[in-house]
Design a binder for this molecule. Structure first.
Ligand SMILES: Cc1cc2nc3c(=O)[nH]c(=O)nc-3n(C[C@H](O)[C@H](O)[C@H](O)COP(=O)(O)O)c2cc1C
Length: 662
């Protein structure tokens, strides 16, 4: 079989479509060249495939690694059938499958000082494919190339772009450019990064900087960057090997970024010793050290091998006020589990009689039901005998659905749904979007829409006044202090400060002020401290959205069950807006403060000891009724805003299943 396949291979035909951009003679020259590639991961694997297709006839390839699942996003040889297999063996097979005549020398032990002479023997060009963090091996290979007069090319994948540097015999060497010797490992990594990309085009769109993990030698990467690298490296390989075209050599370099549509030619005489470069290194050093203090997000790899585990793993993504996740789970058997819910009335002014937590429990139940539909299961919920209003205990039973159970169409949006507190587009919702949202809340609930400039302006003014209450009562200060995760982009059990919606400068001010109530009152009294947050978090977002909405119940909300039902309707509405590609922010505090004053007879004491703020809440309740209508009193489940907009890059995440188990 192999023989038959080999006999069908013919070099001239296989690479004939290169001819035109190279001459027949040049193709023959390429056929007789030997290229060494160290590292066959993201870039190295693509280099080998691209250079093989260019018709290079001989390679020395090295890698000591095996393929694993985490390589799949970018590595040419990463596939299910190659898991746990040596990268060198797999890549040699793939390359030989393209050119059966290939002359390949493999170095499965990787490159080291011991085998460098052999690795670079008869080599016309070295193309770097080493891992970003393999500094020692890289330094050794480049030094040996310089000594032996072998040109060396490095194309680094950066974000969604590529930075290229070529080191040619007789010109600036790798060490003269990067100046790594004698530096600590962290400093070497920083210098290497900055030397590769003095333009640093990629930095502005790194959306999750906690994934840059210098300590564990891990960083984010994209397949697009690896392919760009292969294209740029192979083009320069062609120019060097055929001795035509302009090869840009260090200290000159190129950086192309496909995300930013930017191309930059860089020139750093004296390499990293250049004073502009030193300044750049200093700036990035500071930025990285800031980021490194951020809490790291660890992704847990748990085995979800039972329906209950899979259902709970999704259920935990239900929203709750301030991301408090007021629930724990106890699995009873294969078909049932208990939810131990609680409310946060003992410390949270927004949850004074537990209604906000009960609404969240409703969202949890709805999420469980949607997740169960995927498993072909029906669900029943029953409060147990020991259940109380403050500590509801709900038994969840799963039964096989009779006939074919259809997966709920909201299922894919359970993890996508989230809160966006920043400005949205002012574009009005389409009729179809509104109809789907109205249908989503189901029987027993209706929607009130507040749309158009004039209505939005009314809401903006109301939210602006409401925010003054929020920001000037000590009861709320204590909550904010407890539920905001400072200096973070993601938070497992709080709201990360970057998701609050403030610009970086105001955020810094808030971090400073929130350290004590005295600072907050001082800012409020002397520096109009509430103005900036009220404008940024309430006034502007209220104008910049498609519409404000209120979900109202047909029946008066009185019992815990009424609020749980309301929460279920709210979650279907929120998930439907995610399905429609709309962003969403709850605006619950005006409803909450209004209810506290409207139903004051139900509370043993006012929600705040600040009498001025209490009076403001009384006026606000009247005005809310004027804007929205009488139905607001006693019937309103949830208020918020929706609209087209950007997906938030900072958000609350969740406790793990393990942490949520009782
Ligand atoms: C009952 C309830 C009330 C909420 N009230 C507000 C609110 O007034 N303002 C706000 O910005 N977010 C509010 N949220 C959003 C939560 O803070 C958010 O859902 C939680 O932090 C989890 O984040 P995620 O929605 O991005 O997953 C509320 C959520 C629920 C369930």
């Amino acid at each position: 079989m192999d023989k038959i396949l080999q006999s069908t291979f013919h070099y001239g035909t296989a690479f004939s479509r290169n001819i035109g951009w190279v001459t027949e003679t040049e193709q023959e020259i390429l056929r007789n060249k030997r290229i060494a590639i160290a590292g066959l991961g993201g870039v190295g694997g693509s280099h080998l495939i691209t250079l093989t297709r260019l018709g290079i006839g001989k390679f020395n390839i090295s890698d000591l690694d095996i393929f694993e699942l985490a390589n799949f996003n970018r590595q040419a040889g990463a596939a299910i059938s190659h898991i746990d297999r040596s990268k060198v063996d797999v890549m040699a097979e793939l390359a030989r499958d393209i050119n059966t005549e290939l002359n390949l020398k493999t170095f499965p032990e990787g490159v080291s000082k011991q085998n460098l002479d052999e690795f670079l023997e008869d080599v016309d060009l070295y193309v770097d494919g080493l891992d970003f963090f393999a500094l020692e091996a890289r330094k050794a290979v480049f030094a040996a190339c310089a000594e032996k007069g072998i040109p060396a090319v490095t194309a680094a994948p950066l974000g969604m772009g590529v930075a290229l540097l070529c080191f040619l015999p007789g010109k600036m060497s790798f060490e003269e450019y990067f100046r790594l010797n004698g530096q600590t490992e962290d400093e070497q990594l920083l210098r290497f990064l900055m030397g590769l990309s003095p333009a640093m085009l990629q930095m502005s769109y790194l959306v999750d900087d906690s994934r840059v993990d210098l300590d564990n030698h891990k960083g984010p990467s994209t397949p697009m960057a690896c392919e760009l690298c292969a294209g740029l490296a192979a083009t320069n390989a062609l120019k060097i090997l055929l001795n035509r075209g302009n090869v840009i050599a260090a200290p000159n370099g190129l950086h192309f970024d496909a995300f930013r549509n930017k191309f930059s030619k860089t020139w750093r005489p004296w390499g990293n010793n250049n004073w502009i470069q030193r300044l750049g290194i200093e700036i990035v050093r500071n930025k990285l050290s800031e980021n490194l203090t951020m809490p790291k997000v660890t992704s847990e790899e748990i085995i979800l091998d039972t329906p209950i585990a899979r259902i709970l793993d999704l259920a935990r993504w239900a929203p709750s006020g301030d991301n408090t996740q007021p629930w724990r789970f106890e699995i009873l058997d294969e078909h049932s589990f208990l939810i131990y819910a609680n409310d946060t009335r003992d410390w949270c002014v927004y949850d004074l009689d537990g209604r906000a937590s009960q609404t969240a429990v409703g969202a949890l139940l709805e999420t469980i039901q949607i997740a169960a539909s995927k498993e072909g299961l029906n669900v029943s919920f029953n409060q147990t005998e020991k259940s109380s209003e403050e500590n509801p205990i709900i038994e969840v039973k799963l039964v096989n659905a009779a006939g074919e159970q259809v997966t709920d169409l909201l299922f894919p949006f359970i993890k996508i749904r989230c809160t966006q507190r920043r400005a949205l587009s002012g574009k009005v919702l389409t009729q179809s979007e509104k109809e789907q949202l109205e249908a989503s809340v189901g029987d027993g609930f209706k929607l009130i829409w507040l749309e158009g400039q004039s209505n939005k302006w009314q809401m903006a003014k109301l939210l602006f006044r409401n925010a003054q209450i929020r920001l000037t009562i000590e009861e709320a200060y204590k909550v904010h202090k407890r539920i905001i995760d400072w200096n973070s982009q993601f938070s497992k059990d709080k709201i990360p400060d970057r998701a609050v919606g403030l610009d970086p400068f105001s955020l810094k001010m808030m971090r400073w002020a929130m350290q004590s109530w005295e600072r907050v009152t001082m800012l409020n009294t002397w520096f109009a401290g509430t103005w900036i947050p009220r404008i940024q978090l309430d006034l502007l977002p209220a104008m910049q959205c498609g519409a404000h909405f209120i979900i109202v119940s047909d029946n008066k909300l009185e019992t815990i069950d009424d609020y749980i039902s309301g929460g279920r309707a709210m979650q279907r509405f929120w998930l439907t807006s995610a399905r429609l590609g709309l962003q969403f922010q709850p605006e619950m505090t005006p409803l909450i403060f209004s209810r506290y004053v409207n139903e004051s007879e139900n509370f043993t004491q006012p929600f705040t000891k600040n009498t001025q703020a209490y009076q403001q809440a009384e006026k606000l309740a009247v005005d809310l009724e004027i804007i929205v209508g009488k139905k607001i009193k006693g019937y309103s489940v949830f208020m918020g805003r929706v609209g087209k907009g950007r997906i938030p890059i900072s958000r609350s995440i969740r406790l793990s299943i393990g942490e949520l188990q009782k």
